[in-house]
Design a protein around this ligand. Structure first.
Ligand code: NAI
Length: 466
């Protein structure tokens, strides 16, 4: 192969999107992937399979509670875990093929194997079939992240498991303890709890969902999850594990007291770490920060000329859509154009029932930074579509600058919050005010009207609440 313009290492949402964008801009591109399928963590063991499992278990729960909608015999419905897993695998395989099709049709060569930085302008790709060196003007590292392992809770794939195993359990564990009430813990905890597992979530912070949400948001969400059967042990730091009659018992500490949680499965979801394994980062002199993330400048350039990095392997939220945005911007920069990511408007979503979503500044952050804000809130219990579809749990909150009325942040707890947050992002991207949202026509009846009502509530002018 003659010299390439760009070699992308890693085919997750950051890498494959960057490769496509670069090819669209006329660059000659190769995409290196060590795994048999394209799509990275998100498509193979992360965002997509977990959404398939969440959907299957939602269908089950809706059927179980379908009596009032006329469903007869609902209480006798049983669940086939293997069918759920087969459906999840089918979804993933369809998207694997889709990504491969899109990439190939853009003229991008897919090179299978582990990519390693070699001499300047060279990427060495090792696979079971042998070695190959790619010569290129630019290299983009998009190698993503892997699960964090606690030193005293080593994954064995059987009793102590990561999310990689947690999406593929062949039977419902009687007792599951989830360590960490972040997005993964809450989503996979919900999946197995909906199927009848007694799930306890042990979290060292005093609230769920991480620091991106206000306390009023996480409180409502937590209460909803508790109603569904999830148990929460907050402010409890996990310290170890010991053998017990039921299997194992997780130990934790709270206010100097030792707590014990018996379990058949312990799902550890305490974060992810950047993946630079096998990349030859040290030998190549690639600069990493104290958390082993690749250091980049505001143009995604590493300290090595011609080598760029994006996604989970660099600083910032470990989110697929953040990686995608960076992939596009980096490809544009490499192609000699200007590329930019607006890091103020990266939404976060927890895909539970109800979903939790947020973008921009949270209310407590505004207060701590002495930013004067006006806040409008609308409860879903006042929304017609929510009442008609059993979706009244939650609210929408709009946080606007007190002087200019510019929307600084939006927080949502609602079924379908992941879809609703898109309108908030679009408004904020154009610098919209709460009045702009209030004057936008929303279809009726939709749960999204709650977003408009919350915007109206910023100036105390909500129509459907007092
Ligand atoms: P996370 O960082 O979001 O949450 C981990 C939680 O574990 C934190 O609340 C932390 O306080 C807690 N924790 C850490 N050590 C602990 C200990 N020893 N004892 C008790 N609690 C402890 O990590 P998570 O959920 O594993 O997700 C990893 C990454 O993947 C995150 O960046 C997340 O945003 C991303 N992700 C996003 C999803 C989404 O957008 N829906 C879905 C899945 C993952």
């Amino acid at each position: 192969m003659s010299q390439l313009d760009l070699v992308v290492i890693g085919s997750g949402p950051g890498g494959y999107v960057a490769a496509i964008k670069a090819a669209q801009l006329g660059l000659k591109v190769a995409l290196v992937e060590k795994d048999p399928t394209l799509g990275g963590t998100c498509l193979n063991v992360g965002c997509i399979p977990s959404k398939a499992l969440l959907h299957s278990t939602e269908v089950y729960q809706q059927a179980l509670h379908g009596k009032k909608h006329g469903l007869v015999g609902a209480e006798k419905i049983t669940f086939d875990v293997s069918a759920m897993l087969a459906n999840k695998d089918k979804v993933v395989a369809q998207l694997n093929k889709g990504v491969e099709y899109l990439v190939s049709k853009r003229g991008i060569e897919i090179v299978r194997g582990l990519g390693r930085l070699d001499k300047p302008g060279k990427v060495l790709v090792r696979s079971t079939g042998g070695e190959r060196t790619l010569e290129t003007k630019n290299i983009l590292i998009a190698t993503g992240s892997t699960v964090v392992e606690l030193p005293f809770l080593k994954f064995d794939g059987e009793t102590i498991i990561s999310s990689d195993h947690g999406i593929a359990l062949d039977k419902v564990p009687e007792k599951m303890v989830v360590v960490g009430a972040g997005a993964i813990g809450l989503e996979l905890g919900s999946v197995w709890s909906r199927l009848g597992s007694q799930v306890t979530v042990v979290e060292m912070m005093t609230s769920i969902g991480g620091p991106a949400y206000d306390a009023d948001v996480t409180k409502v969400a937590q209460a909803a999850f508790e109603k569904q059967g999830l148990k929460f042990e907050l402010g409890a730091k996990v310290t170890g594990v010991k053998k017990a009659s039921a299997g194992v018992s997780l130990t934790a500490e709270r206010d100097g007291k030792v707590l014990e949680f018996p379990a058949n499965k312990i799902l550890v979801a305490v974060g992810r770490k950047p993946n630079t394994t096998g990349l030859g980062a040290q030998e190549a002199g690639l600069k990493l920060d104290e958390r082993q993330r690749i250091v980049i400048d505001d143009h995604f350039r590493t300290n090595i000329p011609g080598v760029y990095a994006i996604g989970d392997v660099v600083a910032g939220p470990m989110l697929a859509h953040k990686a995608e945005e960076e992939g596009v911007a980096a490809a544009e920069i490499i192609a000699g154009k200007s590329g930019h990511v607006n890091y103020h408007i990266i939404p976060g979503v927890i895909y539970t029932e109800p979903e939790v979503a947020g973008v921009g500044m949270i209310e407590s952050e505004a207060k701590s930074k002495n930013v004067e804000v006006k806040v409008g809130k609308f409860q879903l219990a006042g929304n017609g579509r929510a009442i008609a579809t059993d979706a009244t749990t939650g609210f929408v909150k709009v946080i606007a600058d007190a002087k200019s009325d510019k929307v600084l942040g939006v927080q949502i707890v609602a079924r379908g919050a992941s879809e609703m947050i898109a309108a908030a992002c679009a408004h904020m991207e154009y610098g919209g005010s709460s009045e702009d949202i209030a004057r936008t026509c929303f279809a009726h009846p939709t749960v999204s009207e709650s977003f408009k009502e919350a915007a109206m509530a910023v100036s105390k002018m909500s129509i459907h609440s007092l």
